[in-house]
Design a protein around this ligand. Structure first.
Ligand code: IPM
Ligand code: MN
Length: 360
């Protein structure tokens, strides 16, 4: 089949990890007989440098015309410690999410058996961890009215019923495909918006998803439980900022930030990106871990309806790790560079796909 992809390599290590994901997609393309028409565009610090805008209109147009978007990473240290900066790379991503209506950010947290020793937790705590965070992405405190005066500042947190209901529905549906368990994370003992979420989610659960086991947890307690009992979670549903924080926390369970992919979906085109940042210290050195980008490409394939291809990519990643290869963050038996990791996974995908074709 034919697909139109927008590729936004972004900042820091974004371009090099995206290159590896593209290598893998190119192999999928040739071995399975698809065609991915890739359109590159700038977003983030690179777009500020080249066009004076973190999300130029041309980039937005490219994204709107695509079947899916593959994105690398965003951010540059020169903006981080400058509270006076008028434009920031991150604004590009926030505007893109809002413009494309990407209201749900889906972050699977899984661990690989042969990487358990990298986790900051004991192996027996993390073995079998497999949960998914559904983070609301276009509302709440990120997008409420903001303001400041000489001696005060505010960020409003607002949610509408529609905003809560549409992501809750996705999370319930997803729980049905898994272990049928949904945990709503909020701060309903303090926040009006949380009480509002809770009523909507519980009403929806009772009316339409009585088969899904629904419970709730305060966010401070959830932060603790994710460390203490990470295997007890299945699908976690939460608002924008709680989801931002908890998903970074959860990501370290896997042993390396470089392993976790994510999908942002809405009503139109969807976007796929590693959850890690731009890691500027490593940029251009060919040492970054491209697996999160490659696994994001696998989620992209799933989204395009290419489930078999997506599984092949995931299996290829597993098999390369099991063969003892890893980028330096993985402290593997055989340390490889970012580009070599891309070659290894792409090679394995080609091999596995050829075998699958032989068998039919
Ligand atoms: C993320 C990032 C973004 C966020 C930043 C870069 C705006 O941390 O995708 O989690 O806070 O949403
Ligand atoms: Mn974040």
């Amino acid at each position: 089949m034919n697909f139109n992809l927008a590729i936004l390599p972004g900042d820091g290590i974004g371009p090099e990890v995206t290159d590896q994901a593209l290598k893998v997609l190119r192999t999928v393309e040739t071995t399975y007989g698809h065609s991915f028409d890739c359109h590159f565009a700038d977003m983030g610090a690179i777009a500020i440098d080249k066009h004076g805008d973190p999300l130029p209109q041309a980039t937005l147009d490219t994204c709107m015309a695509a079947d899916a978007i593959l994105f690398g990473a965003i951010g540059h240290p020169r903006f981080d410690n400058d509270p006076t900066a008028k434009v920031r790379p991150e604004q590009g991503l926030l505007r893109l999410r809002k413009s494309l209506g990407l209201f749900a950010n889906i972050r699977p947290v899984t661990v690989y058996p042969n990487l358990l020793h990298l986790s900051p937790l004991r192996e027996e705590k993390v073995r079998g961890v497999d949960f998914v965070i559904f983070r609301e992405l276009t509302g709440g405190i990120y997008f409420g009215e903001k303001g400041k005066t000489e001696d005060s500042a505010f960020d409003n947190c607002v949610y509408t019923k529609i905003e809560v209901e549409r992501i809750a529905r996705l999370a319930f549906e997803y729980a049905r495909l898994r272990r049928n368990k949904l945990t709503l994370v909020d701060k309903a003992n303090v926040l009006e918006t949380s009480r509002f979420w809770r009523k909507i989610v519980f009403d929806l659960g009772a009316a339409e998803y009585p088969d899904v086991q629904l419970d709730w947890m305060y966010v401070d307690n959830a932060a603790m439980q994710i460390i203490q009992f990470p295997t007890s979670f299945d699908v976690v549903l939460t608002e924008n900022m709680f989801g931002d924080i908890l998903s970074d926390e959860a990501s370290v369970l896997a042993g390396s930030l470089g392993m976790l992919p994510s999908a942002s979906v809405g009503s139109k085109v969807a976007l796929f990106e590693p959850i890690h940042g731009s890691y500027p210290q490593a940029a251009g050195k060919d040492i970054a871990n491209p697996l999160a980008a490659i696994l994001s490409a696998a989620m992209l394939l799933d989204h395009l309806g290419l489930g078999e291809e997506a599984n092949t990519v995931r299996e290829a990643v597993k098999s390369v790790l099991e063969a003892g290869y890893g980028t330096s963050d993985l402290q593997a038996e055989k340390t490889v560079r970012c580009s070599e990791m891309g070659d290894l996974v792409a090679g394995k995908v080609g091999e596995m796909a050829a075998k699958a074709v032989e068998m039919v």
